[in-house]
Design a protein around this ligand. Sequence first.
Ligand SMILES: [Fe+2]
Length: 100
Amino acid sequence: MPKFGTPYNILKADRTLTHEEIIRSIRFNIAAEYEAIQLYHEVIECTDNELVKTVLKDIADEERVHAGELMKLLMTLEPDEEKHYEDGAKEVEEMMKKMK
Ligand SMILES: [Fe+2]
């Protein structure tokens, strides 16, 4: 389970967030969405209660929508971010080609 330092303490801030603090908080929020998805799926995999499974699956899917919203926000505010993800995707594609 990811543990991150607090990127800022908004309750004590006497100013608005800097751009870098916003970027860090969005990354933190994305991680929190993925953590929530993981927690819901842990319960889904450990119960045979169909109602619980159905509701938690629906919530987990909503968390993926939230992650998508946050990713879009991150890419919009920090275009450099997308280049790093593209570089990572290319590296995997190269590995896949080597495996064929
Ligand atoms: Fe969420």
